[in-house]
Design a protein around this ligand. Structure first.
Ligand code: C2E
Ligand code: CA
Ligand code: CA
Length: 401
């Protein structure tokens, strides 16, 4: 077991691996990143010596260990307060890692990543750096939990008083390298809390019957923005996220069509993104609504594809025009051959069903190169731009033409 002093109040990284050499090596890498490392060759020792966890600590966990294996460790962690976020390691095939990852998530544990053995030091270090420093990490994971909870009344006022704002993220057409679509993503410009991300208030809106109002607000703003872009000679289509609850409102297609007609906007310039899981509810009602939206010419995208449970027949029944591959698959396409096969299959499936295929979470040039090889139509992600305010997006669109 190796033990180090806790430095600079940075989170502690615990490591459990029955191979002492690997343990030593990984601990050294942890130290290099400026974090403090505590290594254990046996899980029982870890539980004896670490009865409680500091916030933000990390556990690097080997799944395959003789006495108490990684799966059992996860089960025990799930019953403890404030469990560390996990980096899983396994010498087995990636299938085992994926199942372990899913199991961890089912236990409500935060899984940072899972790595096959041999562990590449560069990759391990990159993961630690990303976890501790990157604002991307903060944006993706922490804005959901940091800060206080909001009330229904506050959110209601925010919608009424225009305290919400839209950021736009471009979608890059891979063949032409042009921005052809932007996705609108809502934020709350909170007087005390600053910019609040949707994960902190969309669920609240859904639970309190406010989501319809919120969606209407978003769509109205998008329609105004689209008009401004058209006036400025900028040709770009817009995607909007809608919620499961929205596709239970039978009048949605008519209201939308009317709004678009009043503003003389071509309905094919608007796409509504629905997550796979949103289709789990009242299928007859949602099918009715989605089909009428399509009949009116509005585009329909199936969002976060691959994370939900949509069956092939559902895909076939709902008239989707676009399929968006979830970023968790895209993120791994460079290293993980299974993730790459999934992405490849999604692209083939989408094209076979006459849909455009969009990959989300495209962060590197390597991601893009692979997606191009796999004939994906569009790519969206930090490689091109984070979501930005409308003015910034307008500048970007001007600079592209
Ligand atoms: P989503 O529809 O999957 O939106 C994409 C999310 O991925 C955005 O987070 C975006 O900032 C993030 N993202 C984009 N590119 C990258 C990348 O390269 N790497 C990584 N790691 N992340 C990337 P955001 O804006 O926090 O939105 C979170 C979710 O909130 C959205 O997920 C969507 O489901 C929901 N949401 C956003 N706006 C609305 C809205 O107006 N109405 C409804 N009902 N839901 C919304
Ligand atoms: Ca979306
Ligand atoms: Ca998505």
């Amino acid at each position: 077991m190796s033990n180090w002093e806790n430095k600079n109040n940075m989170p502690t990284v615990y490591l459990i691996d029955d191979e002492p050499e690997l343990l030593e090596l990984l601990s050294d890498v942890v130290e290099l990143t400026g974090l403090s490392a505590q290594g254990y060759t046996r899980a029982s020792m870890f539980f004896e010596q670490v009865p409680t966890f500091e916030p933000d600590s990390i556990l690097v966990l080997d799944l395959h260990m003789p006495e108490m294996d990684g799966i059992e460790v996860m089960r025990r962690l799930a019953q403890m307060n404030n469990p560390p976020a996990l980096i899983l390691i396994s010498g087995h095939d990636t299938g085992v890692l994926h199942s372990a990852e899913k199991l961890g998530q089912a236990h409500n544990l935060k899984i940072i990543a899972s790595l096959g053995k041999p562990v590449t030091i560069g990759h391990f270090r990159q993961l630690l750096d990303q976890h501790t420093q990157s604002d991307k990490w903060i944006q993706r994971n922490d804005h959901q939990t940091i800060g206080r909870k909001f009330t229904e009344v506050e959110l209601h006022r925010a919608i009424r008083d225009d305290h919400l704002t839209l950021h736009y993220q471009p979608q890059f057409e891979i063949a032409t390298e042009k921005i052809t679509v932007v996705e609108a993503l809502v934020r709350w410009q909170h007087p005390e809390e600053g910019l609040v991300y949707p994960d902190r208030f969309i669920p609240l809106a859904e639970q309190n019957g406010l989501i319809g109002k919120l969606t209407s607000w978003v769509i109205e703003k998008v329609v105004q923005q689209e008009q401004q872009w058209q006036k400025a000679g900028l040709s770009v289509a817009v995607s909007v996220n809608i919620s499961a609850v929205d596709i239970t409102s039978l009048t949605l297609p008519e209201q939308l069509a009317e709004l678009l007609a009043d503003n003389k906007l071509d309905p094919t310039r608007l796409t509504l993104e629905v997550t796979e899981s949103a289709l789990m509810g009242e299928l007859v009602t949602s099918l009715d609504i989605l089909t009428r939206l399509r009949l009116k010419g509005i585009g329909l995208s199936i969002d976060d594809f691959g994370t939900g449970y949509s069956s092939l027949s559902q895909l076939h029944r709902v008239p989707f025009t676009e399929l968006k591959i979830d970023r968790s698959f895209v993120y791994n396409i460079t290293e993980d051959t299974e993730a790459r096969s999934i992405v490849k299959t999604c692209i083939l499936l989408g094209h076979e069903l006459n849909m455009w295929v969009v990959a989300e979470g495209v962060e590197t040039k390597e991601h893009l190169d692979i997606l191009r090889q796999l004939c994906c139509d569009r790519a969206q992600g930090y490689l091109f731009s984070k979501p930005v305010p409308a003015e910034k997006m307008t500048e970007r669109l001007h600079s592209e033409t």
